[in-house]
Design a protein around this ligand. Sequence first.
Ligand code: BT5
Length: 326
Amino acid sequence: MTLDENILHLLRNNRGSYISGEELRKHAGISRAAIWKHIEKLREEGYEIEASPHLGYRLIHIPDSLLPDEIKWKLKAKIIGREVISYKKVDSTNDVAYSLAEKGMKEGTVILAEEQARGKGRLGRKWVSHPKGGIYMSCILRPKISPNEIARITLLAAVAVAKSVREVSGLPAMIKWPNDILINGHKVCGILTEMKAEQDTVDFIILGIGINVNTPSSHLPEGGTSLREELARSGRDEKISRVDLVKKVIENIEENYVILKKEGFEPIIDAWKHFSAMLGSRVKVILQNRVFEAEAYDIDADGALLVRRERGILERVSSGDVIIIK
Ligand code: BT5
């Protein structure tokens, strides 16, 4: 634990009441002047800490910033989030995570940023990453799966995000194959799974998740929405805590990841179907070299979408885009 974390823990444990400078000094083992410097640093990060010459220090307000200490505080996950690294601004959290994974960073490491200058979507597209309103996170995973099973991780994450959004906001989050979370038909989250693989084995997977939490719709592309916008639409003027949501997402990813390891992909597919905005709908399938309409029929054991075309012909879609027509 760093000194900052240590002091923060002491303040947190006494939340609402004062802890004297002397007590802090004793626990942290540093001088009063050094305590003051750390308090100042915490204040710069957005913590409101009252200082009284006679009573000591009191924690009044915790910022909704994606700081490692906030995410790790009472986090109910053991693997995912055991290491959290936060940045103010990066080009892409997926790129940062990728280069850390190449250097051997352990499984479960989570990279977070308040803003991305070059947030990535799939197929060379962009992810609009407005500062403060959103969550931009990437997680390093080292599962023992083959490269053609990577879609399992995307679907697993989609289930985790849909569940987390529902738990934190009560909004009816649905999944659109393969990587979108929609609310009332608008995109609130996108998932980008990248990997480094050698022949038949996956070296590591970078699971990137972007969620529009409090982002105003004026900062989002057409078709996008945020949790705050959807809450406002249903008459609730509320801001969602990004810290709470990140924690839930981490916990739910871990839960599904453990299920995947112990019980296989079947339970994940069942959960996915439960949240599916797509199965049974008429869809337009856009592949690299052709476009056609069909009915979204099922998900197979590797996470590919099965669609039914005219005369009942089934086709397997493992990449590309699918638009719901009705
Ligand atoms: C995705 O791609 O949806 C994957 C997005 C993954 C973003 C995360 S953020 C953390 C991590 N680091 C990264 O650099 N990326 C990941 P795709 O299915 O290709 O969708 C991209 C399309 O979604 C764009 O072409 C826009 O139409 C739309 N879009 C872009 N930004 C959006 C936003 N903030 N909200 C809703 N829709 C958006």
